[in-house]
Design a protein around this ligand. Structure first.
Ligand code: HEM
Length: 419
């Protein structure tokens, strides 16, 4: 890695020590995540204050506890009875606010969650996803072909957006003519704290409501006239004689667009940036693209950690690593910090495509809400990156990725590349 390379100098994923004291750090503020020392900030908290309280208007009217060490995150994550999902999964949301995934699978607790997860899980299991691989590859090749003979382009616009967006909405059975509208809603839902999307949360709530309404209408249509798509499978799926209701299908749709498309887009963007900064890793991968792909994808996920946190809410007075927590307190599990915890990852700030072991937590950890789309996400990333490097072995970023102003999605939304 060359420190004078403009990509390295400007990247938000590179570790730089922070001058802030722990009391000056505020993970509730979206601006904190625009700082070049964000990785140093998490490191300082891991070392000096592993469970800390943060409050700022960007993250709603209430403050929240931040849990930043790998082991503490796992402990909270396993205990769904004490740490509930039902009141929302982002720190910036209050329970009574409308939101895209409100009432969906990710906002349910066991035993209801266990029942509903059973209804939808077959559609995301390995056998179903294996069948989708040719569709994924066809979309990737089509996207590469569309780039044509351009020598320079914006990776996010031309590659990391159209692939997951097109795929998720194709798989869900959204008609082509609605794709743009649905992505713009999903963008608002996750990116509204960014100035590009108005910088406030009202746009986010409105987008969530609209996405759910679209999902309900689509669910109705698929129940009447099912096709070969995921929304039809969800509309017809039954476990123990139980089906999802149309409002439940609507909120699941609201969840999937963001959960599937925005996360994969972010993962692809940060992976492309990392492959440019750590040229030795790219060269190594090029020697054995298919063989090293499974390991490389785990490292891309660790490096990118597209969903920076998931929130829980304490159901009773309890404690986390000795810190008392009261019933009703919000608790953020910072996957993005756990993924750089030196007690679990040797040389954590190095991008290493053959890292082993690599028990990264970008898709969650052993717990009820572990990413339902994990198989699909891995296939999309593997095929997208392998085919990209096969076609353009010399591709590299010419500037750093522009980072989204958000404390939830680790978004990369502009990345100039040359091939
Ligand atoms: C790189 C891509 C992705 C990342 C980083 C990611 C990350 C995550 C994370 C961190 C969670 C929460 C885990 C927890 O709280 O324990 C989650 C849950 C979920 N993800 Fe993903 N995800 C990705 C792709 C996808 C895709 C492609 C889909 C489906 C199309 C999807 C659907 C879901 C669903 C439905 C849940 C909620 C599961 C539940 O509550 O039981 N994700 N994901």
């Amino acid at each position: 890695m060359n420190p004078s390379d403009p990509v390295v100098a400007g990247s938000h994923r590179i570790h730089r020590p922070t001058d802030l004291s722990v009391d000056q750090i505020n993970l509730a503020s979206n601006d904190t995540f625009m700082r070049p020392d964000i990785e140093g900030i998490f490191e300082k908290l891991r070392e000096e204050k592993p469970v800390s309280w943060h409050q700022h208007p960007d993250s709603g009217t209430q403050g929240f506890w931040s849990v930043v060490r790998f082991d503490d995150i796992c402990t909270v994550n396993r205990d769904a009875a004490t740490f509930s999902n039902q009141q929302g999964i982002q720190v910036l949301m209050e329970n009574d606010q409308p939101r895209g995934g409100k009432g969906s699978l990710i906002e349910m607790d066991p035993p209801k969650h266990t029942r509903y997860r059973k209804i939808v899980s077959a559609a995301f299991a390995m056998p179903a996803v294996k069948k989708l691989e040719p569709i994924v590859r066809a979309r990737v090749v089509k996207t590469l072909d569309a780039i044509g003979d351009r020598k320079e382009f914006d990776f996010v616009e031309c590659y990391s957006t159209p692939i997951p967006l097109g795929l998720i909405y194709d798989l869900l059975g959204v008609p082509q003519e609605d794709h743009e509208r649905i992505l713009s809603l999903a963008d608002k839902l996750f990116f509204s704290a960014d100035p590009r999307h108005g910088g406030e949360t009202t746009a986010m709530q409105a987008a969530g409501v609209e996405l759910q309404a679209y999902g309900r209408a689509l669910g109705e249509r698929k129940r009447q006239a099912p096709g070969e798509d995921l929304m039809s499978a969800l509309a017809l799926a039954e476990v123990d004689g139980e089906r999802l209701t149309i409002p439940e299908i609507g909120s699941f749709f609201g969840l999937l667009g963001g959960a599937g498309a925005d996360t994969t887009r972010a993962a692809l963007g940060w992976s492309m940036e990392a492959l440019s900064m750590f040229d030795d890793q790219k060269r190594r991968w090029l020697e054995n693209l298919d063989g090293l792909a499974p390991m490389a994808i785990e490292e891309c996920l660790r490096w990118a950690t597209p969903t920076m946190h998931m929130r829980r809410t304490a159901t009773r007075d309890t404690e986390i690593a000795g810190q008392p927590v009261r019933a009703g307190d919000k608790v953020a599990l910072w996957w993005v910090s756990g993924n750089r915890d030196a007690s679990k990852f040797a040389d954590p700030h190095r991008f290493d495509i053959t890292r082993s072991p690599n028990q990264m937590m970008a898709l969650g950890m052993a717990g009820p809400h572990f990413c339902l789309g994990a198989h699909l996400a891995r296939v999309m990333l593997r095929v997208s990156l392998v085919e990209l490097l096969r076609r353009y072995p010399n591709i590299r970023a010419t500037g750093p990725a522009r980072r989204l102003r958000s404390n939830f999605i680790n978004g990369s939304y502009e990345l100039p590349v040359t091939v």
